[in-house]
Design a protein around this ligand. Structure first.
Ligand code: MRU
Length: 363
């Protein structure tokens, strides 16, 4: 997608320098800084500290992390340890273990001198597939937006939570992909962007992406959505997911569940966009079994921003001695989800449809 009219992706391999490069998302929207990843330690740091974030992008980064590990040492023992370390960086997004598993399975039995080249090939393929899957999600999701537009003949108002745009993937995004495709097809859209405390991915990342693509949007604090739905100001909600269980329960950024409840109460369709790599076919009950990341309480007690001299500042906003708790995700039960938008089409959020999708993905 575009940044100052130039096309950028979130991660790429530069052949001439043999380097993996990312955008440090901790600095957006104030600065676009490109960073090299040179060691497994740096890759672990990048995922854990959220230089890269968003379920699909975490997976792609881990795959390139395995290439970096293989440049350090090609023994299977070393690679297995690197994969275990990468896998522990963030617990909720299943794309992480999915991508590591793809790499480890595909290199099993290979000669040591072929391993590095093979891992690079796998990582590049995972990256490329992520781009095409997200584009497909955008095309399917655009049909949903188009149907609403054809009925109302008015700009379609879409609410989204957190950032499930291109910054959360390699390009296009999941929840925002339908919005980008609709915009390219001249379907008028307006996006309500949830702030998404504590890290404010809505304000800092989603708003920045939409502004760069010239898409109309309004920023709202996290508790506004219910009010807007009661007053018919939202036509549909679209979010992403970090892990969807085989019963259709969806785990996504904290606060998604409350938006889904409000949408259900107000008959607003609630769609969740995700590549199949975000589905955990081994988890039967998402509310019960999806691991929920708890992050540093600093993210709750402090807020980042720039002052009038453009200096990045971290400000404390709670009383001295306050106890802050930071659950990063919640699970929305399948009954509140209208449909799932995947690269293989739009399906019901239930075990029968998800089982069929799994069979299709293995074809
Ligand atoms: O903590 P983050 O910023 O990694 O959380 C991201 C989200 O919750 C996204 O909605 C999710 O990963 C889907 S991304 C396409």
């Amino acid at each position: 997608m575009l940044v100052n009219d130039k096309h950028l992706t979130t991660i790429w391999y530069e052949h001439k320098s043999d380097k993996v490069k990312i955008i440090d998302q901790r600095l957006i929207p104030f600065e676009v800084k490109i960073v090299e990843l040179n060691t497994v330690d740096e890759v672990c740091f990048a995922i854990k500290e959220m230089q890269v974030r968003g379920a699909p992008l975490i997976g792609v980064t881990a795959a390139f992390g395995m290439y970096i590990a293989s440049k350090e040492n090609t023994s299977l023992d070393y690679l297995k340890k690197a994969s275990d370390r990468l896998n522990k960086t963030r617990p909720t997004a299943v794309n992480l273990s999915w991508a590591l598993n793809e790499v480890m399975t595909k290199i099993a039995g290979l000669n040591q001198d072929k391993i590095s080249i093979k891992i690079l090939e796998i990582a590049n393929q995972i990256r490329q597939d992520d781009i095409s899957n997200c584009k497909k999600i955008g095309e399917y999701g655009c049909e949903v937006i188009k149907k609403i537009y054809n009925k109302t003949n008015k700009p379609v108002n879409i609410l989204t939570h957190c950032n499930a745009g291109w910054l959360a993937t390699v390009d296009w995004g999941t929840a925002l992909a339908p919005v980008f495709v609709a915009n390219k097809n001249n379907i008028p859209v307006h996006v309500w962007v949830d702030e998404t405390r504590p890290r404010n991915q809505g304000f800092s990342l989603t708003a920045w992406e939409l502004l760069n693509e010239n898409i109309k949007n309004s920023l709202i604090v996290d508790n506004v959505g219910g009010h807007l739905m009661q007053h018919n100001k939202i036509d549909l909600c679209i979010t992403g997911t970090d892990r969807t269980a085989s019963n259709g329960d969806v785990c996504n950024k904290i606060g998604t569940y409350l938006k889904a409840l409000a949408a259900f109460d107000n008959n607003v369709p609630f769609y969740v966009s995700a590549p199949i790599s975000s589905i955990d076919f081994n988890i039967e009950d998402g509310v019960r079994d999806i691991p929920i990341e708890e992050r540093n309480s600093d993210e709750v007690s402090h807020i980042n921003g720039i002052d009038e001299n453009n200096h990045l500042k971290k400000l404390k906003i709670v009383p001295k001695g306050a106890t802050c708790v930071n659950y990063a995700f919640d699970v929305t039960p399948a009954k509140y989800i209208t449909k799932l938008i995947t690269e293989k089409g739009i399906i019901d959020a239930n075990s029968i449809s998800i089982k069929k999708l799994n069979e299709k993905s293995l074809e």
